[in-house]
Design a protein around this ligand. Structure first.
Ligand SMILES: Nc1ncnc2c1ncn2[C@@H]1O[C@H](COP(=O)(O)OP(=O)(O)OP(=O)(O)O)[C@@H](O)[C@H]1O
Length: 449
């Protein structure tokens, strides 16, 4: 029964945070000396009259533009900030990833900080002893574990903080997505963890990114100037939020300058969108920079067959480093069989920086469950498609090979991040991918009035 103490993980009632703003430093001194009934400051409510609850097992997203009060809300709930009015109650073991490195002492080493933070988050000394090596390994900071944290890059601090959060058996996670900057590979790892966590725990997730909220969250809150503008299902709230943002942005499209790169060989391009020429000569051109195949992990699977190379090729079959949206390309996955297989199915999908799947395919249908390979054989799978338009940002291609059928198979080799590419420019304002149009026309159905 929602609303009972048992089912409620986070309860926020009439929550507000007010800051006193002084126009000049001296006003602060006057306030403390002469204060009394006189005010030398202006009040600024960063958050006011916020009411909601999060049920156990629910993931709630918080969206809103810069300065809307999202971080303030998280800090009040996590208890790192004191409210001016109202209260925020938490029922469960909470772990928060807020301001970068906020829980770290810069003079302590990574290892010492793990002990400090894990203890604050409720682990006993014995529990930390048992987990410390896992925590440090998960953070992937190598020999830096015994260096003071002040010598870490922001990416390393973030890795260590995230690693602690994932190892403290929290049942409520509070995550500020804006912190997940830096290493895109680690970001993928974080998102995989968060997707797993939401199956068993409660999560509060702040994001600027609407698609992240729709894909990760059950419900969402939209904050505007410190107040709740809307609360409801993630889809409904995001629709309203995006609509409002679009109205605001409609005059800005194409206004910003965009540095054009040299286009690839014209012959490698098959035009499908009638606007392509126009788009390519404008700020709306959407370039994808493809990085070489250098997976950071060995991947997983039985490994009777292994992926040895993944690339994006032009129509001449050559690996390319730059692709334009609308161009016809081939994603090529090369493999080697260490043992014979009755049927190998090779596939891929493209995912964004949050790990959301954009599109993908496999060879199951095209090869009718009949692609046997012998030991020692090399083979490749080619997927030819028209590159869609993509929102600027970082993308990954996951590649995999399985033995069996579409329904029942054993993964032989899977690389979560086989290939990395970035998208720049473009005209996308909403949605995850833009499909190049084959034809666009408007027609008058009646004569002039
Ligand atoms: N210590 C402070 N003193 C005065 N104003 C503050 C203080 N901390 C935050 N604010 C103000 O409170 C408002 C809400 O800030 P908050 O950081 O919560 O917004 P946000 O939605 O998280 O923004 P962003 O998306 O940019 O991180 C902002 O206008 C900010 O300038």
């Amino acid at each position: 029964m929602p609303g009972t103490a048992v089912d409620v993980a986070i309860e926020v009632r009439g929550l507000g945070k007010c800051y006193q703003l002084y126009d000049k430093p001296v006003h602060r001194m006057w306030q403390s000396l002469l204060g009394g009934n006189r005010r030398f400051y202006r009040e600024f409510w960063a958050l006011r009259e916020v009411d909601f609850e999060v049920h156990r097992g629910e993931t709630l997203g918080i969206v809103g533009r810069n300065g809307a009060g999202k971080s303030t809300l998280l800090q009040l709930i996590a208890g790192t900030l004191k409210p001016t009015e109202g209260r925020a109650g938490i029922h469960g073991r909470v772990a928060a990833l807020l301001e970068l490195g906020s829980g770290f002492n810069p003079d302590f080493t990574g290892r010492q900080n793990v002990y400090l933070n894990a203890a604050i988050l409720g682990l006993s000394r014995d529990e930390i002893d048992a987990r410390i090596e896992h925590i440090l390994a998960y953070a992937e900071i190598g020999d830096f574990v015994d260096q003071p944290v002040r010598s870490y890059s922001t990416g390393m601090v973030m890795r260590l903080a995230f690693s602690v959060v994932t190892h403290v058996d929290a049942d409520i996670l509070i995550i500020d997505e804006a912190l997940a900057v830096g290493d895109a590979f680690f970001m993928q790892k974080c998102m995989r963890y968060l997707r797993e966590f939401r199956k068993r725990g409660t999560m509060l997730f702040v994001s600027h990114d609407g698609s992240a909220v729709t894909s990760l969250c059950d419900r969402a809150i939209w904050l505007e100037h410190g107040r709740v503008q809307q609360i409801g299902t993630a889809r409904k709230v995001m629709e309203a939020y995006i609509e409002a943002s679009l109205v605001e942005r409609q005059h800005g499209i194409g206004a910003q300058g965009h540095k054009l790169q040299e286009r690839p060989q014209p012959s490698t391009r098959r035009q499908v969108d009638p606007r392509q020429e126009l788009i390519d000569r404008s700020a709306l051109r959407n370039d994808m920079k493809i990085f070489p195949f250098q997976p950071e992990e060995d991947g997983f699977g039985e490994c009777k067959v292994r992926i040895v190379h993944v690339s994006i090729c032009n129509e001449q079959g050559r690996d390319v480093a730059l692709v334009l949206a609308g161009e016809c390309v081939t994603l090529r996955i090369e493999l080697i069989a260490d043992e014979a297989l009755d049927n190998a199915i090779t596939g891929f999908y493209v995912k964004n920086r949050l790990g959301q799947l954009m599109f993908g395919d496999n060879t199951a249908i095209s090869h009718g469950g009949d692609f046997a390979v012998s030991a020692g054989q090399r083979f490749c799978a080619n997927f030819q498609f028209v590159m869609p338009r993509l929102i600027p940002g970082e993308y990954f291609v996951a590649a995999g090979v399985s033995e069996g059928t579409q329904e029942q198979h054993v993964v032989q080799h899977w690389l979560h991040e086989a290939l990395r590419f970035t998208a720049e420019g473009g005209s996308m304002v909403a949605g995850l991918i833009g499909i190049p149009m084959l034809d666009i026309r408007v027609e008058r159905l009646t004569d002039d009035a």
